[in-house]
Design a binder for this molecule. Structure first.
Ligand code: F0G
Length: 461
């Protein structure tokens, strides 16, 4: 080995098209964030320098995907791009039937309406905002059955996304299997910090749910990233390909909801995939009401083609290694300067631990919301709150949920930013960290009814 100990992860692509970024002044950013009610969702993208709001729909497509866009078959019915997508979903995820939807929440809407009856319970490995809301709108109650380590930002458990089998079993005992139509299993778990679930755990969940006739509906949005963690952390999978791991993982579930805007490297798209013919028939009928005909589900033919092609690219070993390598690079940088983040570093984002970053700001003054705004003011980098604002209110009591995790997510779009952008990001976080004692909290001055984090407004205390 030479002086540099190991080969770095490097992007397995070169850049063909560039999109200029705008750099603003601090005064301009102060004005912009005030006008946005200290909510990074309400900023204009034009006023953002490095956009780490989300990895959803913000990916860079390949030349192969763009070429596929030109082959869009925009027929109302039976588009050839639908059949290509169906073939690839079957090939890589293994499910028999496909219902395309405009994005993930379209699939969540349909499966929730179809399987949940009022009074039912839906266990899951931590909530996700839109997923839980659709379960609630269908009359269900979400029950968190993730392992305790997931709620602890400092636990180094390698699979913090695992389902706690005892929690699941005691729920089954308490409410009865008939009141649990399915368990919603997410891979990876977004709200826990992009944390994976192990193959061993999903197998155990399958064994337990099979005894009780409970379905498993996988949230496969970032299942490719989950497969990478299985490969690197679960010994028996070290030599298996990402594609093999992905397919085996999905084989333990009965169906999946998918936001193609993440793993699948597109700007729009999603699907519901199923193995049960009866549920499929109903879903295929319902999609016509809410999304579009069952061979396009709210998507243009070209979007389905881009997703079908993205699906193949997503499981390339060098792609996924560089994808997660980039996140790990930023994580190591931040840890080396002592910034509190969720560990281990997850698949799609770095999560700053706002409770430890701003310990003087009580949770009801929205420390994560505050920190995201401060980061924007410092450098124009846009992050997202994942704490008390995102958690919303209990539908029974109307009180805020007070989640243990009060986080700011720095989410990396796939194939978009360079290592120098990563360095600038770490430098900005460091600058805010150095001045953290001077930062004051926020009060909420406008709160929408559903998914309040998207549109809520705040003022400085
Ligand atoms: N499930 C997970 C795990 C997600 O992260 C998302 C979206 C969805 C479902 C819903 O999919 O947006 O296509 O309707 N997450 C985005 C994010 C919005 O920023 O994490 P969608």
């Amino acid at each position: 080995m030479g002086k540099l100990e190991r080969r770095s992860w490097a992007e397995p692509f070169k850049i063909k098209v560039v999109e200029p970024l705008k750099i603003t002044t601090r005064e301009e950013r102060l004005k912009a964030i005030r006008e946005a009610g200290y909510n990074t969702f309400l900023l204009k993208s034009e006023d953002v320098y490095i956009d780490l709001l989300t990895d959803s729909g913000t990916n860079a497509m390949s030349d192969n995907q763009w070429a596929g866009m030109m082959l869009g078959d925009e027929a109302y019915a039976g588009s050839k791009n639908f059949y290509h997508l169906e073939e690839n979903v079957h090939k890589y995820y293994g499910y028999k039937y496909l219902v395309p939807t405009h994005q993930g929440r379209g699939a969540e809407h349909i499966i929730s309406k179809l399987l949940i009856k009022p009074g039912d319970f839906v266990p899951g490995n931590m909530y996700f905002t839109t997923t839980r809301l659709h379960q609630e709108l269908a009359g269900g109650t979400f029950v968190d059955v993730i392992i305790d380590e997931a709620h602890d930002s400092q636990s180094l458990h390698p699979f913090k996304g695992n389902v706690d089998l005892q929690k699941l079993e005691s729920l089954i005992k308490k409410v009865g299997e008939k009141k649990i139509p399915y368990i919603a299993v997410a891979a990876t778990v977004n709200m826990a910090g992009g944390q994976p679930i192990s193959m061993e755990n999903i197998r155990q969940v399958r064994a337990l749910t099979a005894k009780h006739n409970i379905k498993i509906i996988l949230d496969a949005t970032r299942a490719v990233e989950n497969a990478y963690f299985i490969k690197t952390r679960e010994k028996e999978y070290e030599k298996k390909s990402i594609a093999e791991i992905l397919k085996e993982f999905c084989s333990y579930s009965d169906g999946a909801t998918m936001s193609g805007k993440k793993d699948l490297l597109v700007n729009i798209g999603g699907f519901l995939a199923l193995n049960d013919n009866d549920v499929f028939e109903e879903a295929r009928n319902m999609v016509v009401v809410y999304e579009g005909l069952h061979t396009y589900g709210g998507l243009a033919g070209r979007d389905m083609e881009a997703m079908a092609r993205g699906l193949e690219e997503a499981v390339h070993e060098d792609h996924i290694r560089a994808r997660i390598g980039q996140i790990e690079y930023v994580g190591e940088k931040l840890l080396s300067i002592g910034v509190p983040i969720v560990q281990p570093v997850g698949g799609h984002a770095i999560f700053l631990d706002a409770k430890r970053f701003l310990p003087h700001i009580p949770q009801i003054q929205f420390p994560a919301q505050t920190l995201a705004a401060e980061l924007y003011i410092d450098s124009g980098i846009r992050a997202m709150e994942r704490g008390i604002v995102s958690a919303g209110r209990s539908k029974e009591t109307g009180d805020h949920y007070y989640p243990k995790l009060e986080l700011v997510r720095l989410t990396f779009p796939r194939r978009v930013y360079t290592q120098a952008h990563c360095d600038v990001t770490a430098e900005s976080v460091e600058a805010v960290y150095e001045l953290r004692n001077k930062i004051t909290g926020l009060k909420m001055v406008y709160e929408p009814k559903y998914l309040r984090f998207f549109q809520a407004r705040f003022e400085k205390m």
